[in-house]
Design a protein around this ligand. Sequence first.
Ligand code: SAM
Ligand code: SF4
Ligand code: FES
Length: 348
Amino acid sequence: MNRADFFLAQLDEDSPVKDYIRELWALSLDKLKSMADDACKNTYGDEVYLRGLIEYTNVCRMDCLYCGIRKSNDKVNRYRLDEDSILAAVEEGYGRGFRTFVLQGGEDPEWPAERLARLVAKIKELCNYEVAVTLSSGLMTKDDYVILRDAGADRYLMRFETADSKLHERLRGGISLRRRIQALLDMRDAGFELGSGFMCGLPGEDDEVMLKNLYLCKLLELDMIGIGPFIPHPDTPLKDAPQLGLERTLKAEAILRIILPGANLPATTAAGSLQPDGRERMLECGANVLMPNLTPVIHKKDYLLYPGKICLDEDGFKCVSCLSLRVASVGKKIVWDIGTSKNYKERN
Ligand code: SAM
Ligand code: SF4
Ligand code: FES
């Protein structure tokens, strides 16, 4: 059996781990929060890693039903950062202490793997090989991932979005969950520190789907897991979907920390956009990473995956002082470490 099929088959089978996740899901948020906080302190202490996020293109050939920058949204003002602008943002970030940069974008045909690879190599050189580069550029071929890894990219982040095959296929224009899992396995084979995750509260996601989301993260033994609330965008086919509260995301975050104590878990911007203290609440539920947005301010408003996105008018470096206070308010502290996940360190 192909490896992706093996994971899909396991997802549907009963197992003690799945039963444990089910038991956890039945607990109160308060109980989960305290268990997750203990687990996080045991692994990462009170430290919170920073990543500099650069949204390098909002051009996408995909038409995911949930996403504000999907191909069919003709209200989007499309942009692509060129190499010089990206390197300038990196240089400033490096000078100010950032040791990880995350390049995120749509699946942009003008940014094929070879071009991204050249950029990654330049970033590494510019930063004296002291930084980690994370890519979040969507689906590519196995060979592409090898090219990027060989160029020096360290981490790859691609959410599976939902572990329900039918829902996945419907939301992602016919692309199968199997294909997404295969790509994640290809990334791991290429040697990447592997990140994935899902949205919480997609229309069609019941508790069984949520259990599968959590179980798939565990089956894949992910190194980084990004989750956040689904926020309906008015210019997408899901515009009338209900907006769920943050509690579902917080419970999921806490369970992830309990079942994968060595993973890096970001307190995501979507959580902070849904609720003003959303990122702090995620930090209390086991998150240990924050990602200030270093994209040039003039383009931030054009990378609108969902409405109400925070920090659109702020220079990302200003966010750092704001974040220090927020982190301190939950008894944690920012560290400027490269912040490799414990899971990855143990495997390598
Ligand atoms: N194109 C790449 C991909 O799809 O993996 C990376 C960029 S994509 C915009 C980053 C993430 O945004 C997706 O993985 C998805 O989970 C999230 N996202 C998109 N639309 C969203 C929405 N309406 N609410 C919350 N998160 C959303
Ligand atoms: Fe493109 Fe990613 Fe948005 Fe899908 S979620 S439309 S792949 S940017
Ligand atoms: Fe951006 Fe507070 S984190 S202004």
